[in-house]
Write a protein that binds this ligand. Sequence first.
Ligand SMILES: [Zn+2]
Length: 432
Amino acid sequence: MKRLIAIVCLAMTLAAARAVEFDKFFCDTTLRLDYAFAGDAVKHAIYLDQMSRLPRWWGRRAHLDEVPVAGDGTITVRDHRSGRVIYKHSFSSLFQEWVSTAEAKVVRKSMENVFLVPMPRDTVDITVELRDPRHRVTAMLTHRVSPTDILITRRGERDVTPYVTLQQADDTTRCIHIAYVAEGYTDQEMPQFLDHCREAMEALFEHEPFKSMRGRFHIVAVKSASRDSGVSDPGAGCWLNTALGSHFDTFYSKRYLTTLHLKQLHNLLAGVPYEHIIILANTDHYGGGGIYNSYNLSYTRGKHFRPVVVHEFGHSFAGLADEYPYGDDDPRYFSDVEPWEANLTTMRDFSHKWADMIDPSMPFPAPETTDSTLMTSRVGLFEGGGYMKKGVYRPVQECRMRTNAVPEFCPVCRRALRRLIDFYTAPGNDVN
Ligand SMILES: [Zn+2]
């Protein structure tokens, strides 16, 4: 017994020794990195645009060299002297969606991307990597950063966009920072924006696991005023002057409401406590989008506002996939590649998904039911999801990631979200 305890203690000591200590490698400030992702359907490239320093670091202080889910790309920070990985972050991007469009076959474009990493104490090498739906690397850039570089711009020290705190976390040293950002609200419409923020926040906390883990979230509302009210609708010939220049018809898809102005988004947030971003757009036209570790954007003036803003947060916060089929094949999923998203499988590597949550008596593929209780709770392998009717399986018949009609995430999405919240709020090595 004593020997077993000694072995366990040794294993714990080694694990602690391996963990990257935040204070040893980083300061309590943020290094903001702006990149251009450029290319077409065939070739992709990454260019460094600008670097800036923000007054505080609002991200995690534990699990620094791990990513919770793979995403479509990774940013990795290595200590220059030792080569050791000291920070890692995964993401998806609108550019990687665009490269599969018809337009990308005929023109080369570049798009803005912004990432936040803790400011290193010493020189680091930073690598950004993009991957395609087959998980193959399509572009990579490595560049050196010295924290004493005089051309790292200082942002967020003055002229900070006014914001209000909607919810204080129970423990502000280990919580998840969310900022709501106003898009298409004039100065006079800010009270309505704050009402919409509160409505979106309460909608999120009606869903598990957010409901029971509510105290882990610190939430602010950023009053970024627009000159015009509403958002641009290119299909209707309507272009407005708004804080983030968002518009419908992204990539010529009617309901796809996004902003491509990520630098402007982060400029508006400089000096605000934020990591995860929810943009509320002042429009009654149904629409929105969520990009993993980039942002969530939702319309606000309509009956689907509440389910849409929660659904898009599933994408932007946890990288959950859409569980609905469009009926036509999308090149995002292939039968010989297991998707990285927690709530879809092609059965290529199902053991790492929800195999442990399935009732062994459940037929394959799982039959659909008309019993509304079972529709949202019975875990199996339901065929259809990720914009495909065949060959992709989802965990439960109905889920917030599939339809606006059901009021909850399925058990598999709930577990994935819980794991993410635990990942971001684990106690840091240097923070008590
Ligand atoms: Zn689900």
